[in-house]
Design a protein around this ligand. Sequence first.
Ligand code: COA
Length: 253
Amino acid sequence: MSGTVDITQDGGVLTLMMNRPDKKNALTDAMYGTMADTLKNADKDASVRVVVIRGEGDLFCAGNDIGDFLKSSGNIGKTNVFRFIRFLGTFTKPLVAGVQGRAVGIGTTMLLHCDYVVLAQDAKLSTPFTGLGLVPEAASSMILPATIGHSRAFAMLAMGEPMDAADAVAAGLANQLVANTDLNEAVAKAANRIAALPPGAMQATKALMREPGVTGARMEAEIEIFTQRLQSAEAQEAFTAFMEKRKPDFSRF
Ligand code: COA
């Protein structure tokens, strides 16, 4: 299956570039594997001060590859999806993201673990889990309501309503809104500013601000239900409908 995550390092800034633009950077198991391994290694590598997550092409990330969901439903626990999510929640160095276009599912929930997020003008965040017969992941069922309040989080997580870039910045989901043409520069500037600060103080500050034990426990609770939901007839109908390019029909449930 096509798709890579390209890793580059410039000074203390390590960049993870999701690179599968023909499929809107939908994440395959191999891509999750690269991202998980990269975070694991970067956490131990003193030369890395900050990790940046980007997506190649016209949008950031269309979420998990839905064909992979169909194939792996009974064995999701053995794939790299949750390995990546768990590393995200425990990563000790600052994470920066730059988002253009759509960020769907994990494309949005990974941003909740980023410490500095820059959105381009056309960025749109969405988490259409229930429409896929699924439940939220990556502790988003806890972090999103805590960040933006229950009402807005319900509209996103339960009703699948997207949030545009201006609303996301106003709601505290991102730091900066810039023109699409300025995204690369704004991300580089933020990452370099963070990388230039004392790393010990930076990591200690992040550790004080994040609660990996608490979010980790929520992730595990979500993973249990998510795994069950993947095998549900509702999810199978949603995935099959996506692959067949038709509207799902939930009327029989
Ligand atoms: N899994 C697998 N393939 C995906 C995908 C995904 N999550 N998202 C997009 N693709 C594929 C499409 O099937 C299409 O493939 P094709 O060219 O072989 O037909 C290609 O990527 C382009 O997608 P398309 O839908 O034509 O692009 P768009 O710009 O019109 O729409 C999105 C972009 C992201 C809005 C739309 O692709 C989408 O809704 N994707 C599904 C998102 C999703 O539900 N993710 C799971 C969240 S848990």
